[in-house]
Design a protein around this ligand. Structure first.
Ligand code: AP5
Ligand code: MG
Ligand code: ZN
Length: 220
């Protein structure tokens, strides 16, 4: 299965990816996670991109596309994948389409999660993440078993630098002006599958999985 997850900040892309990667044995590629790993490791690249991320702006397309090209050719190859947070604007979507064509592969679907802005903000201010395994928690909706600690590896959970209200507002505006037009881009290609992202995580993942299974089910 070759998927793209689309949706505003806090719509649940990372949370859904956890279930879908297990279900479809696909490689999960989150550009946000890749960038944060560089920031955590204090690489020169991490320093450069922090300028954009910490202000809630997109990292320039050229930088993103270099990274994606490397991942696609060297790490993904012919395997299934779930891109989470990429592509994020029309230029990235067009470049991605060209890269896939060059590799002789195609997307199966683009899953779009829709949520109201106030739900996104409430989710992001209370989100905590594991810097090690990238598991996502929420202080009220999905608390870890032991407060402040990852259920899977015992790492101390962190509050993302960009999960503060002023930065969240900038991220939502970037999404509205640059990423939202991708829904039409993928609708025109008959790839878009839209879901309400505001229900229970388990209900959302079941709805998405049953829709995606239809794509791989043999014709009746
Ligand atoms: P990125 O890390 O991709 O952030 P994002 O797109 O803003 O999305 P989030 O990770 O904030 O939200 P999510 O949809 O994954 O929600 P989650 O599952 O965590 O990008 C960060 C930055 O990197 C960008 O701002 C940009 O600067 C840069 N960047 C990345 N990719 C780029 C690109 N391609 N081009 C340019 N720049 C790029 O859930 C959120 C919270 O809600 C959690 O606490 C979770 O527990 C909870 N939750 C999830 N689902 C539910 C549910 N159904 N019910 C209740 N709570 C839920
Ligand atoms: Mg995420
Ligand atoms: Zn962890």
């Amino acid at each position: 299965m070759r998927l793209v997850l689309l949706g505003p900040p806090g719509s649940g892309k990372g949370t859904l990816s956890g279930t879908l990667t297990k279900e479809f044995q696909s490689v999960h590629i989150s550009t946000g996670d890749i960038f944060r790993e560089h920031q955590q490791n204090h690489t020169e690249f991490g320093r450069q991109i922090s300028y954009y991320i910490d202000r809630g702006h997109f990292v320039p397309d050229k930088i993103v596309l270099n990274i994606i090209g490397e991942y696609l050719f060297n790490r993904v190859g012919k395997k299934g994948f779930i891109f989470d947070g990429f592509p994020r604007d029309i230029a990235q979507a067009e470049a991605f389409e060209a890269l896939l064509a060059e590799m002789g592969i195609a997307l199966d679907a683009v899953v779009s999660l829709d949520i109201p802005v106030e739900v996104a903000v409430q989710r992001l201010v209370q989100r905590r993440v594991c810097p090690q395994c990238k598991s996502v928690y929420h202080l009220t909706n999905r608390p870890p078993k032991k407060m402040g600690v990852c259920d899977f590896d015992g790492c101390e959970l962190v509050h993302r630098h960009d999960d503060h209200e002023d930065v969240i507002a900038a991220r939502i505006e970037e999404y509205r002006s640059k990423t939202a037009p991708l829904t039409n881009f993928y609708k025109e290609r008959s790839l878009l599958r839209s879901f309400d992202g505001s229900g229970e995580p388990e209900r959302i993942s079941s709805a998405v999985i049953s829709e995606l299974r239809k794509l791989v089910a043999p014709a009746q």
